[in-house]
Design a protein around this ligand. Structure first.
Ligand code: AOF
Ligand code: ZN
Length: 399
């Protein structure tokens, strides 16, 4: 949902959606990622002290936080892990005293879980302390010991978490904590925390990564002029935002057609880690193509069968795939029900003629249209960035 890596983005133009409507039709069905889920949290605080960003300022220790403010802070902390936790979720944690004084905070970056980072960061955890976590504490011995035990051993009295852990191997945290006499409160700012973790939640729910198609078009939906020229439709700031999105994805997916036409590099341009590059299609690409350079791993899938993409993604445990391709490939993914989200950058310009962002979807009458919901709107530099959630791919179904 947000821009730069490790930076709480500056507020720009925001659009508030309707209140979340919950429909309990299947486990986690209420975790749809639009319908008001996207109440943007106000910037309550300066960026968390755990940030490596030079602009980070420190939240005053002992500052008194309401429960909602403490969870909002945990969500801010969790976001600093975007792009650093693969194949795991992003998670943030904040510890306060019984009366809400901030004691410590932490986020998962691939090793210790967030709860343990916050516990280790605390100088002292007085009796009655509360831990706010964006995800239910795990109850399993995985790469690290169960967080439930760390919480019990730390003498914490109350656990407040946002999202119930959908990962079966980690389950049972709530019961374990309650059986140990710890008060557990479930669901504070659940929608906000779930939205930020939607890639990982989609992977657990669908057994495939979340697939997001990035499009950069004119206001009239053109991605190239009639002579094929397209560099550049959107502004430099919007393109930097795309580089940050790449750094937060586990893989960038493109087609052989795009490689042959544009010879893209598909890296994060130094804004974070470079994801795996995946090129799909049956045509040969030139050995000198930029996408084959040593900046990042590249996997070439010599087929048009999306099952091959899903198999690779499962094997590699990708949470998030960012699609950067032309209209033909993106439209084929859409028709195969494999686009969960579109991030549409629109420049305030018109071509009239040229290449439309989406090719023929087989929609011949309005009732066959493909509906999306707007989850977020921002102005980035000169351009609009619209986050669109595919209604058909939400568990709850369309409108
Ligand atoms: C995290 N970070 O802060 C929390 C997690 O792969 P493992 O053994 O580290 O276990 C990962 C699972 O633990 C993860 O899928 C989630 O269910 C749970 N909680 N995971 O990576 C964290 N709290
Ligand atoms: Zn854990």
């Amino acid at each position: 949902m947000t821009g730069g890596l490790g930076v709480i983005p500056e507020p720009t133009v925001k659009v508030r959606m309707r209140e979340n409507q919950r429909v309990a039709v299947a486990p986690f069905a209420h975790l749809v990622f639009a319908r008001g889920i996207v109440r943007r949290l106000p910037l309550l605080f300066p960026p968390p002290r755990c940030s490596t960003d030079s602009r980070a300022r420190v939240l005053k220790m002992n500052q008194v936080l309401s429960a909602e403010s403490a969870m909002a802070r945990a969500i801010e902390c969790a976001r600093l892990g975007l792009g650093k936790t693969f194949p795991n979720p992003i998670v943030g944690a904040v510890i306060t005293s019984a009366t809400g004084e901030l004691i410590s905070e932490g986020f998962h970056q691939g090793t210790d879980h967030a709860e343990v980072v916050a516990i280790k960061a605390a100088k002292e955890i007085p009796a009655g302390s509360i831990i706010y976590v964006t995800l239910e504490p795990c109850n399993h011995q995985g790469k690290t010991p169960p967080c439930t035990e760390a919480i019990i051993d730390a003498g914490i009295s109350k656990v407040v978490y946002a999202v119930t852990d959908p990962n079966p191997i980690a389950a049972g945290g709530t019961a374990k904590l309650r059986n140990s006499g710890i008060e557990v409160v479930v669901g504070l700012l659940e929608s906000e925390a779930a939205f930020d973790n939607r890639a990982w939640i989609t992977k657990i729910a669908k057994d495939r990564p979340r697939i997001t198609w990035k499009i950069a078009s004119t206001m009239d939906g053109k991605v190239a002029a009639s002579d094929g020229s397209s560099k550049w439709i959107t502004s430099e700031l919007a393109r930097a935002d795309v580089a940050a999105l790449r750094s937060q994805a586990d893989a960038i997916l493109t087609s052989t057609a795009t490689v042959l036409a544009d010879n893209p590099l598909l890296t994060s341009k130094g804004l974070g880690k470079n994801p795996v590059r995946i090129v799909m299609g049956e045509r040969e690409i030139a050995p000198g193509s930029q996408v084959l350079n040593s900046d990042a791993e590249t996997v070439v899938i010599k087929s048009h069968d999306f099952q091959d993409l899903i198999s690779l993604s499962k094997e590699r445990e990708f949470n998030q795939i960012l699609v950067e391709s032309g209209p033909t490939f993106g439209t084929a993914l859409l028709k195969a029900d494999l686009v969960d989200e579109v991030i549409l950058f629109q420049a305030p310009t018109f071509f009239g003629s040229g290449t439309p962002s989406i090719s023929d979807l087989g929609v011949s009458t309005i009732s066959q249209r493909l509906d999306f919901e707007i989850a977020d709107v921002e102005v980035i530099g000169a351009d609009l960035k619209i986050t669109l959630i595919n209604c058909a791919n939400q568990e709850e179904g369309g409108r």
